[in-house]
Design a protein around this ligand. Structure first.
Ligand code: GTR
Length: 339
């Protein structure tokens, strides 16, 4: 199954969101725009990613003496992540907090951190995001029109569904599984035994209720916020992907900023990361506790080896260049121990 190439997506969404943001008079005239930076997030107010960008906005305002400010459009107001990313590349949205998955078709190095069962633990993932591989992956976005500012935590993604606990790949057989807009996720779910269906996050609740899909996969906080647990009660701790969230900026907008403002933005983004981690850890633990009380059926008896064995061809299919394989090795070298 092939995904829609980002470049061929309809411009309707781009123009629609541009109009919503009042961008008609804000072309590429070369003059700095006298307005806040617009920032998109699929998650609602109060979610750790939104709060992290609020914190970054506070720092940016303070450190530029109010010359730069950021206005956040949360809750997917500006569209799904693939669409808003396209708009960001065009320059219609300035900042965008997305998961790594919709960047997979745009910048191949992002595939590395999305590989199933790449990380041994969350500390391993964090060392990678903070270290040299993370920096290189963020930098790989620049030729694609995006400035990679920082990674935010996203915990581990696990499968949940409306039918049964998932212990082995055989339990996924016959289930229609919603995935994000990434060929890697499509291949991963197919290899794990399910039938992958790419759907934007905002449409998944309805798709689960109506039986258009039987399953999805996500971390605890997203599973709670989206209320997917109301119909998909079986959460199985496969922890198959630990890919991070990313904050990107439109390169078009970036290039219009004076160097001093660019430095402030980069630093403020980095400074919001530890703040976000604190929020994330608390939110993840809280979400799990609340969901179990709400009747979610947790299964943590997972045949991890059986899932891992099925992922080998997926790794081979996507890690096609020496650059990508080199990055994988660098990430693996950061493993070992949970400290
Ligand atoms: C969440 C992530 C979102 C979005 C969502 C999804 O974990 O924070 O950015 O990617 O998953 O599955 O669409």
């Amino acid at each position: 199954m092939t995904m829609t190439p980002v470049a061929s997506l309809s411009r309707r969404s781009v123009l629609g969101a541009g109009a919503a943001l009042g961008l008609a008079a804000c072309g590429d005239g070369g003059k700095p725009l006298d307005r806040p930076l617009f920032s998109a997030d699929a998650h609602p107010q109060g979610y750790p990613t939104v709060k992290a960008v609020e914190e970054m906005a506070r720092l940016v305002k303070e450190r530029t003496n109010g010359e730069l400010s950021i206005r956040i459009y949360a809750g997917g107001q500006l569209g799904g992540e693939s669409d808003t990313l396209e708009i960001t590349m065009f320059g219609g949205i300035d900042l965008n907090r997305v998961n790594l998955a919709p960047l997979n078709p745009i910048a191949p190095p992002t595939l590395v951190l999305s590989l199933p069962f790449l990380f041994e633990s969350i500390p391993h993932a964090r060392r990678t995001f903070d270290g040299a591989p993370g920096e290189r992956i963020l930098a790989s976005l620049e030729p694609r029109g995006l400035i990679g500012l920082c990674f935010y935590d996203s915990g581990a993604r696990s499968f949940y569904n409306t039918k049964r606990p998932i212990r082995t790949p055989d339990d996924l057989a016959g289930l229609k599984v919603r995935v994000q807009s990434s060929d890697l996720y499509v291949a991963m779910v197919a290899a794990a035994g399910g039938n992958p269906t790419p759907i934007p996050l905002g449409e998944v609740y309805q798709a689960l209720v109506q039986g258009v899909v039987d399953a999805a996969e996500n971390n605890w906080p997203s599973y709670e916020t989206t209320r997917h647990y109301e119909s998909a009660r079986y959460y199985s701790l496969t922890r198959h992907v630990m890919a991070p969230e990313v904050l990107v900026m439109s390169r078009r907008r970036w290039e219009k900023l004076p160097q001093a403002h660019r430095d402030v933005i980069r630093q403020a983004a980095k400074d919001s990361v530890p703040y976000m981690r604190g929020l994330w850890d608390a939110r993840e633990a809280g979400a799990q506790e609340r969901l179990l009380k709400a009747g979610v059926q947790l299964n943590d008896d997972i045949d991890v080896r059986a899932f891992q064995a099925r992922m080998l061809p997926v790794w081979e299919r996507f890690m096609t260049t020496p650059e990508l394989r080199g990055l994988v090795e660098e990430v693996q070298a950061l493993g070992g121990g949970n400290a």
